[in-house]
Design a protein. Structure first.
Length: 135
């Protein structure tokens, strides 16, 4: 089995397990991440500690590695003479692996969907101010 031919029934089963009545997609991913953290006994980190920062760095390096694996699925370069097709299955798998580490990072830092939304919108406001003020 690969990600392109998982039966619809299996996807529906997993959605039912993790949606928990909430149709919010980010909440779904966070629920899955929490389940895996519990299963593998992964804890939230104390970001000001040496151990916490090492753990965050480990997650970041793993995420970067998965993003590079994703980038390597793209075979067409500026100098290639022929267009090479992308292996969609491999590309999507690497993207999902990177996403899983992103979710683990959020959960390890105790960032829920509401906190992420506030942080993101705050950063958006700062960026707009910078653009408008020619900062």
């Amino acid at each position: 089995m690969n990600i392109l031919n998982v039966p619809k029934e299996k996807i529906d089963e997993l959605l039912k397990k993790y949606e928990n009545g909430d149709k919010d997609s980010l909440e779904l991913f966070l629920n899955i991440g929490k389940d895996y953290m519990k299963k593998y006994k992964t804890k939230k980190v104390e970001i000001n500690s040496k151990e916490g920062q090492e753990e965050i760095r480990t997650i970041l390096f793993a995420m970067i590695e998965e993003l590079m694996e994703f980038a390597n699925t793209l075979k067409n370069k500026r100098w290639t003479q022929v267009d090479y097709p992308v292996d969609n299955q491999h590309m999507y798998e690497e993207l999902c692996d990177a996403w899983a580490f992103w979710i683990q990072l959020l959960l390890s830092l105790d960032i829920d969907k509401d906190k992420l939304k506030r942080i993101y919108l705050s950063k958006l406001a700062v960026n707009e101010w910078r653009l408008d003020s020619k900062y």
